[in-house]
Design a protein around this ligand. Structure first.
Ligand code: AMP
Length: 194
């Protein structure tokens, strides 16, 4: 049983690694970006509120994000642990998460920060833009998302260093290279699976 937060810049391959971690530890992956995209596709109120922010590479307001995460973490399937991808993205969100998880009696056990070279990240994202046609993967929006990441999300890593929860993962190389580094950390924390 583990509650894990995955940090890293846009394009660091968080989504791919999140899916692998979730499968490896048999816990649900909760991605706020994915939840927003599903809401936009379904035309919900949350989707309508989120879309313009996402298209500009801005953060969706905390009032929307925090309530959505709180509702998601109250669901039965995450009571045995979860992997959060894309949240928290600000120190304020990290504080809200601490309150939510304290209330649920399931505090965050581990924060993994995938660190990558910024030029590598931008080129990866431009490639993804071609493949997936995401509205927020155009070059100016990508650059803006990197700026917002530095301003708002890098301090979240420091917040978790202070709580002694942060493990840094070298995000260079292939998906399998990064995955091997993550498995090493997970096995060290919870013992080898399978
Ligand atoms: P992602 O798929 O994690 O890159 O998220 C895509 C977009 O969803 C972000 O650029 C934001 O506009 C929005 N988003 C996702 N998670 C959050 C969050 N924790 N706080 C604010 N906005 C978010």
């Amino acid at each position: 049983m583990m509650s894990i937060v995955l940090l890293g810049p846009p394009g660091a391959g968080k989504g791919t690694q999140a899916a692998r971690i979730a499968e490896y530890l048999n816990i649900p992956a909760v991605s706020t970006g994915e939840i927003f995209r599903a809401n936009i596709a379904a035309g919900t109120e949350i989707g309508k509120k989120a879309q313009s922010y996402m298209d500009r590479g801005e953060f969706v307001p905390d009032s929307v994000v925090n309530a959505m995460v709180e509702a998601r973490l109250e669901a039965p399937d995450v009571q045995g642990g979860f992997l959060l991808d894309g949240y928290p993205r600000t120190v304020e969100q990290a504080q809200v998460l601490r309150d939510i998880t304290a209330k649920l009696g399931r505090p965050v056990d581990l924060v993994l920060e995938i660190q990558v070279d910024e030029d590598e990240v931008v080129s990866r994202m431009l490639k993804r833009a071609q493949e997936q046609h995401r509205a927020d993967d155009t070059e100016p929006v990508i650059r803006h998302r990197m700026e917002v990441y530095h301003e708002q999300t890098v301090p979240v890593a420091t917040y978790y260093v202070d709580q002694d929860l942060l493990e840094v993962v070298d995000g260079s190389g292939s998906i399998d290279d990064v995955w091997a580094r993550i498995v090493e950390i997970l096995d060290r924390m919870v013992g080898p699976r399978a």
